[in-house]
Design a protein around this ligand. Structure first.
Ligand code: CDP
Length: 784
C-alpha cells in the first residue's frame, strides 16, 4: 500500500500493535485464577496412582478432619445425582469420578472442598483409597488382541475396539497401487504429546442459590457450546447459565473438552452455596488432561517410473485412551485426516482408521491443528520424501512435478475435499530461492565427501481450516457457524462482539482491523469483546484456525449490512437518492461527484439524531456466518540440519517458512502465529513425547522430563509469504494459526532422514532424540 493510497487507520494489511498487549504486558490481564469472589472456596482432587484398578474402599474421615476442609465428593455421591458420568464430544461417555474402577494413572478419584487452596490440597492427600490393581493395556495393538483385558466393561461391546472409519475408493486404490511402477510403504508413529499451554485449566463456579443463576469463569475455547452442554446435562435453564471465558493463556485445542474438574467445582458450588475455584497444577495438567496425536500409521504410495503419484492407501490405528473424547466435528471421528492427499492430484486414495481404548487419559484433541491435519500432513510429506529417495529424484523436483497446478482450482481431491485456491509451486520456488536450495545441495555434496552430516528437508503442506460449512460440520448437532454483532454508537465508536474466543491470537486487534476496513472507521475506535455468553452472539468458539474463516467473515458481513443501511442515511444527508450513493474510498460518495460525501462517523451520528423517515434509528447488525467451503492455507518449508556424528544431536541451522493464508489482516500477528507454530512443530519433531510404561505409569508428567523447547533450543525462523486469496471468503482470508505446527514436523524429519540417507536410514519415528539418531547411524540401516 503506498502512503498516499486511500486507507483507513488500522485497516487490513497493517501491522498495528496488538490492542490486548497494553494490559497483558503490564500484568493487568484477567485470567481465571485472578477471579476472586467473596466467600470463595477451593477444590482439589485426589488422583489414582494406578492406571487400571478396582476401587474397593474410599475413606474420607481423615480428610474431613483437616482444618478448613468442608466436604469431600466421591463417585458414589455423584452417582446418586446422576452425574458420575458425562458425555464426551464424540458421543462416548467419560467419568467425572469413578464409582468402582479407575482407568488411567492420575484419574480423578475424589474432590475436596476447603476454605483455602492449601487446606484443599491437604484434604486431597488425606483421602484414603483402597485399590485392587487390574491388568493394564497401554499399547493399542495389544488392546485389540483376542483375550486382551476389556477396559470399558460399562459398554455392551466387550472389546477395546471403538470404531472403524474409512473413506475413498478401496478397490480403485488397490488396483491403482497394483498397477503402479513404483510403490513405497512405511510405518509411521506420531506419538502422544501435550499442548502444555502456559496457563493450566481451571474455573470458578458460582451457583447463586437465591436467583438460580449459575456463572462459571472457565478456561474454555468454546463458551457457548459449553453453556448448551451444561444446560442439557444438568437441566439448568440455559438463560440462567453464564459462561465467561476471560483472558486465556493458550488453548491449542486442550481447552475445548469439559474436564471433570469443571464439573466437580460446579457440583461443589451447588452443594455448598459458595463460589468454588479449581485450578490445576502443572503436573495434573500434563498427566490427566486430554492429549493429542497417538496415531500408528501404515502408508503406501504409488507412482509412475517418472515420478507422477498415482495412489495413496493409509491404514491407521488411533489410541484414544480410555474414552473417545476427541474434539472433532461429529461426522468426522478421525477429524479431517482425509486431507492426507495433500498438495498432490492423486487419482485414487483410500484411508481407514480404527480407534482403540487403552489405559491412558483421553486423546484426540486437535492440538493446534484442524482435527488430525497434522497427522495427515506428516504422513504425506514423509511419504513424498521416501518416494523421492526411492526414485532418486530430488524431493523438490518430485513435488514440483506433482503439485496441483494453480489453474486446477477449485480442485476436488480424491477423498472429496474441494480446495478453494492455491499456488503450491509459487510457495516452494520462493522458499528455494530464499534459502538458496541449489547452493545448499552443492554444500551438502561437499560435506558428504568429507563424511559430515547435513540434511535438507522440505514440507509443502496443504491445510483445511475454517470448520465449517453447516451441511457437513456440527458438534453434537450444533452447526459450526460463527458470529459477529456490530454496533456503531452516535459518536462513530464501535463495539463488536463475537462467538469465538481468543487465547492469545490477537482477535481484539484483527477483528477491529476487518471492521475498520469495512466501515471506514479507525481500528482504535473499535472495541472487540468475546467470551461472555451473556453478551456475545452464539458461536462455536476458537480452535482449528476457524476464527478468521468464520467469525472474521461474519465481521465483514455484519459491517456490510450496516453499510447498506448507512447508505440510505447518507443519501438522506446528501439529499440524493440512495441509488446515487456509493461506498468508495471509505466514505459514502455521490456517484460522479466524489467530493460530495459523508463519512461513516457522520452517518452514525445521524442514525441517532436525524435518521430519515421510514428507517429505524440506530446503526447495528449481526451476522451468523455459515461458510460455503473450508479455506485451504498452504506453504512450503525448507529446513537445513547438521547432525553431530558422535552424539546424534540434530541442530536446525536454517528454517525458511513460506506461508500463504490468502489476504493477510495483520502481517505482524501472522508472523507471530507462524513463529509460535514453528516452535510447536519443532517440539514434537525433536523433543516432546509422552510415553507410558507397561504398568501405565506416565513418563513425561513434569517439565523435568517433558521437553518443551525454550528460547535456547529454538532455532531462528525465517518467514516469507505468498498471497493467494480465498475466492469464497469476504476478504479473501484463510486461517493461519496452525499452519506452522502442521507444516514444520515433516520438514525437520525429512531433513534428518536426508542427512542420514548415505547410511541407509529410511525412517526414524519422531521425536528425533540424539540416541535414536545415533543408533540409526550405528545400526547401518532402518531404525524404529
Ligand atoms: O482461530 P484462530 O484465531 O486460532 O486462528 P486464525 O483464524 O488463523 O487467526 C489467528 C490470528 O491471525 C488472528 O488474530 C487472525 O486475525 C490473524 N490472521 C491474519 O491476520 N490474517 C489471516 N489471513 C489469517 C489470520
Amino acid at each position: 500500500m503506498s502512503a498516499d493510497a486511500p486507507h483507513v487507520k488500522g485497516g487490513i494489511g497493517q501491522s498495528i500493535l496488538r490492542k490486548e498487549d497494553a494490559r497483558l504486558i503490564r500484568g493487568k490481564g484477567n485470567f481465571v485464577d485472578d477471579v476472586k469472589l467473596p466467600g470463595m472456596l477451593y477444590l482439589d482432587i485426589t488422583r489414582s496412582p494406578y492406571a487400571h484398578a478396582k476401587i474397593t474402599a474410599i475413606r474420607t474421615d481423615k480428610a474431613l478432619k483437616v482444618p478448613g476442609v468442608l466436604a469431600v465428593i466421591t463417585g458414589k455421591d455423584l452417582e446418586a445425582a446422576g452425574l458420575a458420568w458425562m458425555p464426551t464430544l464424540m458421543s462416548d461417555k467419560q467419568m467425572v469420578l469413578p464409582t468402582d474402577t479407575v482407568m488411567y494413572q492420575a484419574q480423578e478419584v475424589a474432590a475436596v472442598v476447603a476454605d483455602s487452596r492449601y487446606a484443599a490440597a491437604d484434604g486431597a492427600a488425606a483421602v484414603e483409597v483402597d485399590y485392587e490393581p487390574l491388568p493394564v493395556v497401554t499399547n493399542p495393538f495389544k488392546a485389540l488382541e483376542p483375550g486382551a483385558p476389556v477396559i470399558r466393561t460399562d459398554r455392551a461391546e466387550k472389546s477395546n475396539h471403538i470404531w472403524h472409519w474409512e473413506t475413498g475408493d478401496k478397490a480403485g486404490t488397490d488396483a491403482a497401487l497394483d498397477g503402479s511402477a513404483v510403490r513405497v510403504t512405511q510405518d509411521l508413529y506420531i506419538p502422544r504429546i501435550h499442548v502444555s499451554s502456559m496457563e493450566t485449566c481451571g474455573c470458578v463456579a458460582n451457583m447463586d442459590p437465591v436467583s438460580g443463576r449459575f456463572t462459571i469463569w472457565m478456561t474454555t475455547q468454546a463458551p457457548h457450546a459449553i453453556r448448551t452442554v451444561y444446560a442439557l446435562v444438568t437441566g439448568l435453564p440455559e438463560q440462567n447459565i453464564r459462561v465467561i471465558s476471560p483472558d486465556i493463556g493458550g488453548g491449542f485445542g486442550g481447552k475445548v473438552p469439559v474436564y471433570p474438574g469443571y464439573v466437580l467445582a460446579s457440583v461443589a458450588s451447588i452443594k455448598t452455596g459458595h463460589p468454588v475455584k479449581w485450578i490445576e497444577d502443572r503436573s495434573e495438567n500434563l498427566q490427566a488432561d486430554s492429549f493429542a496425536r497417538d496415531y500408528h500409521i501404515h502408508a503406501e504410495i504409488g507412482a509412475t517410473q517418472d515420478g507422477h503419484v498415482t495412489a495413496l492407501r493409509v491404514k491407521t490405528l488411533a489410541d484414544h485412551g480410555y474414552t473417545d473424547a476427541a474434539a472433532n466435528p461429529s461426522k468426522f471421528p478421525a477429524g479431517l485426516f482425509h486431507i492426507i492427499t495433500g498438495s498432490y492430484p492423486f487419482a485414487k486414495a483410500f484411508v481407514e482408521v480404527d480407534a482403540a481404548y487403552t489405559n491412558k487419559p483421553p486423546g484426540g484433541i486437535a492440538y493446534r491443528c484442524s482435527f488430525r491435519v497434522t497427522e495427515a500432513v506428516y504422513t504425506i510429506e514423509r511419504m513424498m520424501d521416501l518416494l523421492a529417495h526411492k526414485l532418486n529424484i530430488d524431493p523438490a523436483e518430485l513435488r514440483l512435478k506433482n503439485f496441483i497446478p494453480p489453474e486446477a482450482f477449485p480442485f476436488r481431491s480424491a477423498l472429496g475435499w474441494t480446495y478453494d485456491s492455491g499456488n503450491y509451486a509459487g510457495a516452494l520456488r520462493k522458499a528455494m530461492e530464499i534459502i538458496d536450495y541449489a547452493g545448499l545441495r552443492r554444500e551438502q555434496e561437499a560435506k558428504r565427501a568429507k563424511g559430515e552430516l547435513m540434511g535438507i528437508g522440505i514440507s509443502s503442506f496443504t491445510e483445511i481450516v475454517g470448520a465449517g460449512p453447516s451441511q457437513t460440520f456440527d458438534i453434537l448437532g450444533i452447526k459450526m457457524f460463527d458470529s459477529a454483532e456490530v454496533r456503531i454508537h452516535p459518536t462513530g465508536k464501535v463495539i463488536a462482539r463475537f462467538g469465538t474466543k481468543s487465547q492469545g491470537q490477537g482477535h481484539e486487534t484483527t477483528y477491529a482491523q476487518i471492521l475498520a476496513e469495512e466501515l471506514g472507521l479507525p481500528a482504535d475506535d473499535i472495541r472487540v469483546e468475546e467470551g461472555d455468553t451473556d453478551t456475545a452472539p452464539y458461536g462455536l468458539g476458537t480452535y482449528a484456525s476457524r476464527s478468521t474463516p468464520t467469525a472474521g467473515a461474519a465481521a465483514s458481513m455484519a459491517a456490510r449490512k450496516i453499510r447498506e443501511k448507512a447508505r440510505v442515511i447518507a443519501a438522506h444527508l446528501l439529499e440524493v437518492s440512495p441509488d446515487d450513493v456509493e461506498w468508495k474510498d471509505y466514505a459514502f460518495r455521490v456517484k460522479g461527484v466524489p467530493g460530495k460525501s459523508k463519512t461513516m462517523a457522520e452517518v452514525a451520528f445521524a442514525a441517532y439524531t436525524n435518521h430519515p423517515k421510514g428507517t429505524e434509528a440506530g446503526l447495528e447488525a449481526t451476522d451468523y456466518y455459515d461458510p460455503p467451503n473450508m479455506t485451504y492455507p498452504f506453504g512450503s518449508y525448507i529446513c537445513v540440519v547438521d547432525i553431530d556424528k558422535e552424539t546424534g544431536q540434530v541442530s536446525v541451522r536454517r528454517f525458511v517458512a513460506v506461508d500463504d493464508c490468502g489476504t493477510i489482516i495483520n502481517p505482524m500477528i501472522v508472523d507471530g502465529q507462524i513463529h509460535g507454530g514453528l516452535t510447536m512443530g519443532f517440539a514434537p519433531a525433536l523433543l516432546e513425547e509422552i510415553q507410558y510404561d507397561e504398568d501405565g505409569n506416565i513418563h513425561g508428567g513434569t517439565f523435568m522430563d517433558y521437553l518443551v523447547p525454550t528460547a535456547v533450543e529454538t532455532p531462528n525462523w525465517e518467514t516469507a509469504k505468498t498471497v493467494t486469496p480465498s475466492p469464497h471468503h469476504p476478504i479473501g482470508a484463510k486461517g493461519v494459526g496452525e499452519s506452522a505446527t502442521v507444516g514444520a514436523p515433516p520438514a525437520i524429519a525429512n531433513a534428518v532422514m536426508d542427512a542420514l540417507r548415505p547410511y541407509g536410514v529410511d525412517h526414524i519415528d519422531i521425536p528425533l532424540h540424539p540416541w535414536k539418531v545415533w543408533q540409526a547411524l550405528h545400526g547401518g540401516g532402518k531404525s524404529a
